[in-house]
Design a binder for this molecule. Structure first.
Ligand SMILES: [Ca+2]
Length: 466
């Protein structure tokens, strides 16, 4: 068989539905054909003609025309001259116009003339679609090449990895799309461990909480805990031994004012942040570093300027200014500090009427307990002749708006204009939170008459027993 004959057989075979021609595709280039047909089939002759008609796109110039699409032109087995049209009929597609027509019955010539190579395609791979005119595969997005077998991606965005065989990018978690160019993070739910997208959507990165890091907050920034701390991978946190604190347990924990004093014996009276088991994130307290060294001041009255006539909630939460002047630290804080089996506390009560009239004493096992902040301590502080400044009698705290005292009819807190742990209203115990007046509530039996009560100063301090 000659080259032309072989080629003719090949081309006809390719046109014939159901005939297996796949084995020839890769060898087909013009007339240089190497063919071994699986079987022969009878192919119907398909005669085509070049006629002549005006080309409306070229100002009606008369041209040779063949009104077949590319695929059909390639099925011609012979071409002969046709007639003349005086007008151009309506067609669904543009016909083939030429100044140089071909008239032949050789498939090989026809094949080359119409550039029929692509019309012999039998399959478009990877989801591509075959188009008749001109014959070609229209490939799905990421594919290219004659039969869509070549990957159109040359790389992946944002650190993705390209697998050329499957033409797929493996994207980092927060990126998506074929080429990893689209941010996959949409809402805060796409961020792990409570992270949020609120201010970083443009960077496609979550703002993480705690010690979490990474674009979606899945990586723990901690690798170890210092000083014997225990690492918890679930929470990405260190649990530190008692005397250590900080993210990796590298900071010395200051449980109370004494720890600050131990670290620096020259510490001044000031507000310090202490870290107890109940206040792992810290609690600000005023520390006395000079007189009763390392104690926490829970009540301070330096003048009558700060009003102590307040209700339950204010005594519970504290009021006044720790930095300056008078204050009440707050019953809840004192309870959280002292109602703890691991620590024992003392309380020092100081009453100063003048430079010569001054009382101060310390009693042990101080604590507040329960929702009414019941007072406990080993004894009382008195001024020597029956008057009592402070008595730990296991009584709850009372305010004018929450009467927990023992008087069934009277309201001691209301009468004395200040919250306190009352036994009775007339039992001789002074209420150190009472209103500063020159008569009445501060008139206790032991105090010398010459006390100028408007200049009375008081302190309640507590100290952890080591
Ligand atoms: Ca009462």
């Amino acid at each position: 068989m000659s080259c032309k004959d072989l080629d003719r057989y090949w081309l006809k075979c390719a046109h014939y539905v159901g005939f297996n021609c796949k084995s020839h595709e890769s060898h087909k280039k013009g007339c240089e054909v190497k063919v071994s047909l699986m079987r022969f089939a009878t192919v119907t002759a398909f005669s085509c003609s070049f006629g002549r008609e005006p080309d409306p796109k070229k100002n009606g110039i008369i041209r040779w025309v063949m009104p077949l699409n590319h695929r059909l032109r390639c099925q011609c087995t012979s071409i002969y001259p046709g007639g003349m049209n005086t007008y151009t009929p309506e067609r669904a597609f543009d016909p083939f116009y030429t100044d140089h027509p071909l008239f032949t019955d050789l498939d090989c010539e026809i094949f080359n003339y119409f550039d029929c190579e692509n019309c012999s395609l039998t399959n478009c791979e990877n989801g591509g679609t075959f188009i008749d005119d001109p014959c070609h595969c229209s490939c799905a997005p990421k594919w290219t090449g004659k039969t869509c077998t070549e990957c159109a991606l040359t790389g992946c965005e944002n650190g993705g990895t390209l697998d050329a065989a499957t033409c797929k990018c493996t994207c980092p978690k927060q990126w998506m799309r074929n080429d990893c160019a689209e941010c996959a993070l949409r809402t805060d739910k796409d961020c792990a461990h409570g992270g949020s997208l609120s201010d970083t959507t443009s960077a496609c990165k979550c703002t993480c909480t705690g010690n979490w890091t990474g674009n979606t907050c899945t990586e723990c920034a901690l690798t170890e805990c210092k000083n014997g701390g225990t690492f918890d991978a679930t929470t990405c946190m260190c649990t530190c031994p008692k005397q250590w604190m900080g993210i990796i347990c590298a900071e010395t924990r200051h449980y109370d004012c004494q720890d600050y004093l131990k670290a620096n014996s020259n510490s001044m009276n000031d507000v310090y942040t202490i870290y107890t088991s109940k206040y792992p994130r810290g609690l600000d307290v005023y520390c006395d570093m000079k007189h009763w060294k390392g104690s926490i001041v829970i009540q301070k009255r330096v003048s009558g300027d700060l009003r102590f006539t307040r209700g339950w909630d204010e005594y519970r939460d504290g009021f006044g200014n720790l930095d300056n002047g008078s204050f009440w630290l707050g019953n809840e804080r004192v309870r959280q500090l002292t109602d703890d089996q691991d620590t024992k506390w003392e309380i020092r009560v100081t009453v100063r009427a003048s430079s010569t009239n001054k009382w101060s004493d310390i009693i042990g096992n101080f604590r507040l307990s329960g929702e009414n902040y019941t007072l406990h301590a080993d004894g009382s502080v008195d001024c020597g002749n029956g008057g009592v400044f402070f008595s730990a009698h296991g009584k709850p705290f009372s305010t004018y708006d929450r009467d927990n005292d023992d008087e069934s009819v009277r309201n001691c807190a209301e009468e004395s204009h200040g919250g306190w742990w009352f036994d009775g209203c007339d039992d001789g115990e002074i209420n150190l939170n009472a209103e500063y007046t020159t008569d009445g509530v501060l008139n206790i039996p032991c105090c010398p008459n010459q006390i100028d009560r408007t200049r009375l100063q008081t302190r309640l301090k507590i100290k952890r027993m080591l």
